[in-house]
Design a protein around this ligand. Structure first.
Ligand code: SF4
Length: 66
């Protein structure tokens, strides 16, 4: 299992700017809680899920199974 940044640098830059603006909370959702702090709960669960492969919701990270 590997987690990498999106190879699209423009997306990475935009999402990182968003994270800076929110103080580390997911820029793609309104809720501000431990669940939405990057890496958010949704992506943490996707990391734990052996069947999941793909981008996190904001597309900052990509998880590959191997
Ligand atoms: S969707 Fe991605 S960028 Fe957004 S909080 Fe979750 S892990 Fe971070």
């Amino acid at each position: 299992m590997k987690i990498k940044y999106n190879p699209d640098k423009d997306i990475v830059r935009t999402v990182k700017e968003g994270l800076k603006r929110t103080g580390g909370y997911c820029p793609c959702v309104r809720e501000r809680s431990e669940d939405t702090k990057c890496m958010c709960r949704q992506f943490r669960e996707q990391i734990e899920d052996p069947d999941f492969e793909g981008f996190c919701h904001c597309m900052l990270y990509y998880k590959s199974k191997d």
